[in-house]
Write a protein that binds this ligand. Structure first.
Ligand code: LLP
Length: 429
């Protein structure tokens, strides 16, 4: 469910007409719904209400300060992957003791900074990293809280670039090495405290099976570790998928009610129903690290059709945004539903929606049957709230878009559009 829909033929986010935002602020423009973000958090939280749990928002999915503040204000914790993300959480009003720090390549500077700030846990991804954290903690005369990320060797059945829980992936430590490592750490490494165990098998999972397989496989390990060490949490990672193909329709409850029960996309209620009975037997705090589920369908990218080109093989609509603003189609052939800001129920045309960047991969859609578009029309790329702006680049020296947060009938620019001066900031001749 989300807060994007047509009202009298105009696309709205909550109570705000997106046509108006596009004409006031120009395009490309990211727009987020505060209500959708809060709803997603509350829905997941209430589905898990029988479980001792904390939701650590995966900051990498959307690190805009206002998004972080919105989530902090309603009780989220944070899953971070860099010193920069910790800095953002602090700026948004959060604290380091709400943060778990993941990632395979933490640097000395990042480890020192996190320790100084009082990080809740480092999620360690190799023995070498564990030893390095121990060494730095010793230098600082402190004890570093750590969890080890276990790689359960489970196939998440998602795009190969976002699958992380198989032995061939670079993430985590193999399942069979974990017990030994905890023993070694508790006897040899005096400046780390084993605080938990973590896993994350992949992203954009729309079926329960891989989650279930991973939780069933790792739960006995959690019990064993808990018996021998004072661990207090088990993080089951993120990964809950969202609806991309039917994004607009999936904003309404009826869409979900009409899905074929056999192939229904995973809901958080179903996720909780299947996992809570197993997790609650562990008698330990459960952490979750959702990113996409929390913000994916809460954001859209608005762009304008600059030109139409009728080619020998294809029709193109060239828009003023491209892979620099939203790289998911180019990088993962990610599908984003595209709808015009002014509803058009008439003629359709098969087109490629392409950007201005000098790369053939710079497309948002290929051979897509869309309502007939004219030059000057605005379109919305839906479900762009996660891994959208955060993956933007200035390639071709194109400035970053502005970002707007909508709340009811009001809105706020939460990040200004970049200027040409911003583009050369820090450079010297
Ligand atoms: N925890 C860890 C350790 C992760 O690596 C990730 C995502 C998450 C949590 C959050 O996963 P989520 O709930 O958002 O699925 N750029 C790609 C997705 C990359 C995911 C990276 N890790 C995309 O646009 O699909």
């Amino acid at each position: 469910m989300h807060d994007f829909d047509y009202q009298n033929g105009n696309l709205f986010c909550e109570g705000v007409d997106l046509n108006q935002l596009a004409s006031t602020y120009g395009t490309p423009l990211y727009i987020y719904s505060e209500n959708t973000i809060k709803d997603n958090f509350n829905r997941l939280s209430s589905a898990l209400s029988d479980l001792d749990h904390r939701i650590a928002f995966a900051v990498k999915s959307n690190s805009n300060l206002s998004v972080l503040k919105t989530l902090n204000d309603i009780g989220a914790d944070f899953d971070i992957v860099s010193g920069g993300e910790l800095f953002r959480v602090l700026k948004a009003g959060g604290s380091a003791n709400q943060c778990t720090f993941a990632g395979v390549g933490k640097t000395r500077e990042e480890i020192e900074y996190s320790l100084e700030q009082g990080i809740y846990s480092f999620n360690v991804e190799s023995e070498a990293e564990l030893r390095f954290i121990n060494e730095i903690a010793k230098e600082q005369n402190t004890i570093a809280p750590v969890a080890v990320r276990v790689n359960p060797n489970v196939d998440a059945k998602t795009h190969k670039y976002i699958s992380t829980g198989k032995s061939e992936n670079k993430f985590g430590i193999d399942f069979e090495f974990i017990e030994d490592l905890y023993l070694k750490a508790s006897s040899e490494l005096n400046n780390v405290k084993l605080r938990g165990l973590q896993m994350h098998i992949g992203s954009q999972l729309t079926q329960i099976k891989p989650f279930l397989e991973a939780v069933e496989k790792v739960s006995p390990l959690v019990k064993k570790l808990k018996a021998n060490h004072e661990i207090e949490f088990f993080s089951i990672g993120g990964g809950i998928g969202i609806i991309y193909e039917d994004a607009l329709a999936s904003g309404k409850k009826e869409w979900w009610d009409n899905q074929d029960p056999e192939n229904k996309p995973l809901t958080v209620e179903e996720y909780a129903k299947k996992l809570v009975p197993i997790l609650s037997t562990l008698d330990i705090k459960i952490l979750l690290e959702p990113g996409r589920f929390m913000v994916g369908n809460a954001g859209t990218l608005i762009t304008k059709v600059l030109y139409k080109k009728i080619g020998a093989a294809k029709n193109f609509a060239i828009v003023d945004s491209g892979m620099g603003d939203l790289i998911r189609p180019a990088l993962y052939e990610g599908h984003h539903e595209i709808v015009p800001l002014i509803k058009n129920t008439g003629e359709t045309q098969v087109v490629d929606i392409v950007g201005p960047i000098c790369e053939s991969g710079d497309f948002f859609a290929q051979n897509r049957d869309l309502p007939l578009l004219q030059e000057g029309d605005h379109i919305a790329l839906l479900s762009a709230g996660a891994y959208g702006f955060v993956m933007a680049s200035n390639y071709n020296s194109r400035a970053f878009p502005a970002e707007i947060m909508v709340n009811g009938t009001t809105h706020k620019v939460v990040r200004k559009r970049q200027s040409y001066d911003d583009l050369i900031m820090g450079e010297e001749l």
